[in-house]
Design a protein around this ligand. Structure first.
Ligand code: IMP
Length: 423
């Protein structure tokens, strides 16, 4: 099986970007299958921190073909800016050569950003804390069959029809929120111009990928967000609007489910969450602040401070099972240096009962039950072999492997490309 996937096991921000970049050394294709520019996949490039939002993390590898597959929602204005910025950093990006965009990708329009903000403000205290990128409204339009697709941008006639259909519904809605209605001709012109710029890269990526599978090419699927943000399997309604878990791969690419082999489930050595929603092992006060500072836990897309907490084996076990994780990747182990002891949540107390299953409801009411493991104080960022880690760090990893039941083949101990231990 030559198709593998990297998926986040919690609420995103697990450090997938660096791992995908690493594994892309053995890939012919790197493929985003869901989400949009709400994702922020961070790489350290020439000593500089670089955040990719839509462009797959294989872009640093000259021989890799990067694919934005049909499950991704694309803001074409953002994509144009991201490509300019990457080219400004010296990346050779050739549309139709090393970057392909599915003609079936749904389009995020500027009006979706307004609708995202309006929906958040109408939710009041129950707001989701979205990234404000228009993701939810664009996926909603896909479901209600009002969406525009990237292929429309290179077909002015079909674009006109799709845009009129869209604006017939959205302009009255926007005016009712007190926002300006969309100037159809102005937007049409901008979209046609953007489409012209992307034209050679917009194609049937499902066909390309199925052909690649038939030729035994190595495909690496790049998950965005994480299992617990999956619209079906996450902490609903505090989730994103797509199947961010591996169950989104088949619909998001056009590949058959049986083509997926290894699944690398990525998780930090502790937990973080950005945005609202339940988080059983969340910390507050000094320890949370220390963890946030040590791990530089600020959102790569929105800059918001991330909520921080201890490792949660109940949540990770659930995500492991939902995603079909075959290989564990543990990131940010170095951040835990100096924390002693290291509490690990091994079960939940729900109304006085010990439970080890992740519940679909009332997660905010569970109390974590912790086991404490001894911490370590050494700086481990220069370690490259598992056996060279301090004993307590090795024991911590082994304990997590035991709780989750999957071996950690990759351990990340710093943001740099080489700061990794492979076993
Ligand atoms: P949306 O995807 O912008 O609609 O946001 C829905 C929820 O998912 C919010 O809590 C966001 O903070 C969260 N979210 C979306 N994308 C990411 C991501 O890439 N990393 C972490 N959280 C994310």
């Amino acid at each position: 099986m030559t198709t593998s996937c990297v998926t986040g096991l919690l609420w995103g921000d697990e450090g997938k970007g660096k791992i995908i970049d690493l594994l892309a050394a053995d890939a012919d294709y790197v493929v985003r299958y869901g989400g949009g520019h709400n994702a922020g996949h961070t790489l350290v490039h020439d000593g500089e921190r670089l955040v990719l939002h839509l462009v797959p993390c294989g872009i640093r590898r000259p021989d890799v073909i990067n694919v934005i597959a049909n499950g991704v929602v694309v803001d074409p204005f953002h994509l144009a800016r991201e490509l300019d910025a990457l080219r400004g950093h010296g990346f050779a990006i050739e549309l139709g050569e090393n970057l392909l965009i599915s003609e079936r990708c749904h389009v995020i329009l500027p009006l979706h950003l307004h609708l995202d903000a309006a929906a958040e403000s109408m939710r009041g205290d129950g707001k989701l804390g979205t990234t404000g990128r228009g993701i939810g409204p664009a996926y909603a339009d896909r479901a209600t069959r009002l969406g525009l697709r990237m292929g429309d941008l290179i077909r002015p006639d079909s674009l006109r029809v799709a845009l009129d259909r869209q604006l017939a519904q959205k302009n009255p809605m926007l005016t009712s929120f007190g926002a300006e209605p969309v100037d159809r001709d102005g937007l049409l012109e901008e979209l046609i111009e953007l489409g012209d710029g992307f034209r050679v890269g917009i194609l049937d990526t499902g066909h390309v990928l199925r052909e690649a599978v038939a030729q035994n090419k190595r495909i690496l699927l790049e998950g965005a967000q994480g299992v617990l943000l999956d619209v079906d399997h996450g902490t609903y309604p505090y989730v994103t609007s797509s199947n961010a878990s591996t169950c989104g791969i088949a619909p998001g690419t056009g590949l058959a489910p049986a083509t997926i082999g290894t699944i690398h489930g990525v998780v930090k050595a502790y937990s973080t969450r950005v945005g609202e929603g339940p988080f059983p092992t969340e910390l507050s006060g000094d320890t949370a602040d220390r963890l946030r500072t040590a791990g530089n836990e600020f959102g790569s897309t929105t800059g918001r401070p991330r909520r921080c907490g201890w490792f949660d084996t109940v949540a990770v076990n659930y995500a492991r099972a939902v995603s079909g994780t075959t290989d564990l990747v543990i990131t940010n182990l170095d951040v835990l240096s100096g924390f002693d002891p290291l509490p690990v949540c091994v079960a939940y107390d729900i109304g006085g009962e010990r439970v080890d299953r992740f519940p679909a409801f009332d997660l905010q009411a569970v109390k974590p039950i912790y086991e404490e493991l001894p911490g370590f104080t050494e700086d481990i960022t220069g370690v490259r072999r598992f056996d060279d880690l301090p004993e307590n760090a090795r024991n911590y990893i082994r304990a997590l492997e035991g709780f989750v039941g999957v071996r950690a083949g990759v351990i990340s101990i710093g943001p740099g490309r080489d700061q990794v231990i492979r076993r």
